[in-house]
Write a protein that binds this ligand. Structure first.
Ligand code: 5GP
Ligand code: MN
Length: 320
């Protein structure tokens, strides 16, 4: 028998026509892939769908029908769905005219259950993995395009099946998605291997300033780096993943200057450590192994303060 919340969601999707789907600012593959996956499945079911992300989707041109994802909503909405997002703030302005979303689907342990219905499963490696399980229960069909978007979310959030939460069920779902026609090698290459020349030069700017103390490795990317190199994004171009490959590092951190008074921080931690608490304390959120926050202040001050807090976390952990 179907779980009553799945039945309720299936009914809701059935009864409403104009559906808005969104996710977090600075979207990653799980955000874009999940939005497109459920968006395309609902379109195939005859719904009028708006897929909206506040920030642009550069880098995700390899996903099917990516051109359907817009940056501002347009017109009436009967039902709003938020994916891969632990709080409403992180959606940006997309739901300003709508308010509380009808459905939230997420895998962050820091999720605030801010929807009317909330499917929050922190043990899942990606929101896309949750959708894989639930879409059929909501009466929706997984075809090749939907499967490609779901697999992109799984590959992105597990950094190519490398995170410690990957289990045999993830691999079984992956196999099924490949049976639906998702091209794993292509998704892997587009999502994790290929980088633009500018992105790699941007890494270089960060790597020159790399620092290491007592198991913590960190660096920063400045507004000047971006301007000098002409790097178009405002993220770290996944440099944090390179930092976390340093054997000596138990925690890797990156500080990305957003403006004179705003710094985006990303943490990555080895299995057994949990950086989601420190990120939440600073107004952000995330998972035990990967978390982030936006902190007000100059790059120098934020860096000093956050390195100190991160050192404390590691020392505390060592004395336990
Ligand atoms: P990243 O460091 O790659 O931006 O994010 C790592 C994880 O932390 C992702 O799951 C991401 O959704 C979450 N995260 C990053 N920044 C924030 C933030 O400002 N607020 C919240 N709630 N989560 C964040
Ligand atoms: Mn995710």
């Amino acid at each position: 028998m179907m779980n009553s919340i799945d039945q309720q969601i299936a009914d809701q999707l059935n009864q409403n026509h104009r559906i808005l789907i969104t996710s977090h600012v600075r979207p990653d593959a799980d955000a874009v892939g999940s939005v497109l996956a459920i968006g395309l499945a609902l379109k195939n079911a005859g719904k009028y769908v708006q897929m909206v992300l506040e920030d642009d989707t550069a880098g995700f041109e390899y996903l099917p029908k990516i051109q359907l994802v817009k940056q501002v909503p347009d017109g009436d909405v009967d039902l709003a769905i938020v994916l891969d997002c632990s709080d409403l703030n992180r959606v940006g302005h997309v739901l300003n005219d709508y308010g509380k979303p009808d459905l939230v689907v997420d895998h962050h342990k820091t999720n605030l259950n801010f929807g009317i219905n909330n499917i929050v499963e922190p043990e899942q490696v990606a929101t896309a993995e949750i959708l894989f399980d639930h879409l059929p229960k909501w009466g929706l069909t997984i075809d090749q395009d939907v499967a490609t978007c779901l697999l992109a979310g799984i590959v992105g959030d597990t950094i190519g099946f490398r995170t410690s939460n990957v289990n045999s069920a993830t691999m079984r779902r992956t196999a099924e998605l490949m049976d639906f026609g998702a091209d794993l090698a292509r998704i892997y290459r587009e999502e994790l291997v290929l980088q633009s020349y500018k992105a790699v030069r941007y890494w270089g700017a960060g790597l020159i300033r790399l620092q290491h103390e007592n198991g913590i490795i960190w660096t920063s990317l400045t507004l000047d780096d971006r301007q000098d190199i002409g790097y178009p994004g405002n993220g770290d171009a996944d440099l944090v993943n390179i930092l976390s490959s340093v054997r000596e590092a138990e925690i890797a951190l990156i500080f990305v200057e957003q403006s004179q008074n705003d710094v985006k921080i990303s943490w990555r931690a080895r299995p057994g450590l949990d950086v989601s608490g420190i990120a939440t304390f600073l107004g952000g959120g995330g998972h035990a192994a990967a978390a982030g926050a936006d902190v007000k202040g100059s790059l120098e001050n934020v860096q000093k303060r956050v390195i100190l807090l991160t050192k404390k976390l590691l020392e505390q952990r060592k004395s336990e």
